[in-house]
Every structure is written in structure tokens, then in C-alpha cells.
Design a protein around this ligand. Structure first.
Ligand SMILES: [Zn+2]
Length: 78
């Protein structure tokens, strides 16, 4: 109850995540998994985020998203 109020005022800090789920096959992909093919769900607010297996981190911001795409480009170029 209190946590919900804190989320509403300050935004969820997304500190607890489900185990990363990798999306396989031609099933429709949740938006969150479209970037990396893997996503996690926040256990507090239920939002889904792309997960980077290589870096072992959750991509929660636009900056991290750009960083991921940049590193992908570099990996493919190498
Ligand atoms: Zn959250």
C-alpha cells in the first residue's frame, strides 16, 4: 500500500525483477523484448524491460537503449 503510493509519487525504482525470459520463434513479441529478444518484468510495478544477456543488465532508460544499439552495431562490425 505504502509502496504503491511511493511508486505513484516518485516512480517505481524497478529494483526487483523476474528471471529474464528469452523470446523464441515467431510468436508475437512483447514490446520490451523486441530490442534484445530477452526481457524481465519488474516485480513491483509489472513493467517489462529489455534485458541484455551480454552485459547482464536491464535496459531501463533511453540512454541505455541507445548504448545497447551502439554496442550491437560494433559487435556486428567486428
Ligand atoms: Zn517497477
Amino acid at each position: 500500500m505504502m509502496a504503491k503510493l511511493v511508486d505513484a509519487v516518485f516512480g517505481c525504482r524497478h529494483s526487483r525483477y523476474s528471471f529474464p525470459v528469452t523470446i523464441r520463434g515467431a510468436k508475437p513479441r512483447p514490446q520490451a523484448g523486441a530490442l534484445t529478444g530477452t526481457y524481465v518484468a519488474c516485480l513491483d510495478c509489472g513493467r517489462e524491460f529489455p534485458y541484455d544477456w551480454q552485459e547482464m543488465k536491464v535496459i531501463t532508460s533511453q540512454a541505455e537503449r541507445r548504448e545497447y544499439i551502439t554496442s550491437l552495431t560494433h559487435r556486428q562490425a567486428a
